[in-house]
Design a protein around this ligand. Structure first.
Ligand SMILES: [Zn+2]
Length: 323
């Protein structure tokens, strides 16, 4: 923008106008900004500055530590080429998002969706790690300099298959993975989503934040999109945590069905509390809020909670799902 102004030969005057006051230019700018936030794909904007007008360096009196750190990170990220494993996963995210929601997101949109504030910080980190295939699983154990004992970890002790992240999250037959997706599916179908449930694939999990669900008239169903995000990402994260517990602490002893069910219900319960009271970051600063009967009623009406569920001491009691 600055470059564009510098290109002009006549002087440019900038004048302040009062916002939301019927000023034609201001109202139009408002409407355009509003319309832009609804766009699913970023516009291709020409951000190339002519070399003669390029301003380099930073204005020291306006530079903060945060700004400098962000710039360094962007600079480093631009220098690091995308790993082949990351590229493969991003391709999966794109094709699975297209088949589910009929949109093909750009890389930038995918990375942005992983940072969704609806998810816990740890879950966002988990999604980022699987998008980069950065967890030590599967064929990562086959590096040349690793000992034969380490190389054995490539195989799942439960069903003798290669234990990569896809196997852990959607393929392993050790009790946990299948049951958690079954519970998530039942909750989703109770919500009467426009989208029929099927067990997510790896690309669906990484792209959990990309859901686009619309009413027949074309309006976005933001509540359902949010439920999808939380259900898919947090369920996957629970599967991962329980698998690590099983392999590292419990010496591959399988979980009991009851324990899987209660841990999933507890996790969903925590998220409904967060949902009723706003973003997790905001909640942490305040004292623990009570879950009001009103929020409870709304959630039940929406079909997300079982009929016998009640609210007391800020917790939901009773069945989350009607069986
Ligand atoms: Zn397995």
């Amino acid at each position: 923008m600055v470059a564009n102004y510098r290109l002009r030969e006549a002087p440019t005057n900038i004048k302040w106008v009062k916002g939301h006051n019927g000023h034609e230019g201001n109202e139009t700018a408002d409407a355009l900004a509003g319309a832009a936030t609804d766009k699913l794909q970023d516009d291709a904007i020409d951000l190339i500055t002519p070399p003669t007008l390029r301003v380099t360096g930073a204005k020291l009196n306006a530079l903060t530590q945060k700004l400098a750190y962000t710039a360094i990170r962007q600079w480093k990220a631009a220098k690091t080429p995308q790993q082949p494993r990351t590229r493969t996963i991003l391709t999966l995210v794109k094709s699975q998002t297209q088949s589910l929601f009929n949109i093909i997101p750009t890389d930038t949109v995918i990375w942005k969706s992983i940072r969704s504030r609806d998810l816990e910080k740890k879950t966002r980190y988990f999604l980022w790690m699987i998008a980069n295939d950065a967890y030590m699983t599967g064929t990562h154990w086959l590096r040349e300099n690793y000992s034969p004992e380490a190389k054995e970890r490539v195989i799942c002790q439960h069903d003798n298959k290669t234990e990569d992240i896809t196997h852990i999250l959607v393929g392993c037959k050790s009790p946990g993975q299948e049951l958690i997706w079954e519970l998530a599916g039942r909750l989703w179908e109770r919500k009467n989503g426009t989208l029929a449930w099927e067990c997510p694939a790896l690309g669906t999990i990484v792209g959990a934040g990309l859901a686009v669900l619309k009413t027949p008239k074309g309006a976005r169903k933001s509540g359902e999109e949010r439920l999808w995000r939380i259900l898919i990402a947090e369920s996957a994260y629970l599967i991962w945590r329980m698998r690590c517990e099983r392999v590292i602490r419990k010496d591959n002893e399988p979980f009991m069905r009851r324990e899987v069910e209660s841990r999933w219900s507890f996790m969903i319960n925590e998220h409904f509390q967060l949902d009723a009271h706003g973003k997790p970051e905001i909640r942490k600063k305040r004292s623990k809020p009570e879950l009001s009967t009103c929020h409870m009623a709304r959630a039940t009406k929406n079909g997300t909670l079982g009929k016998g569920a009640t609210a007391s001491h800020g917790k939901l009691r009773g069945p989350l799902l009607d069986k």
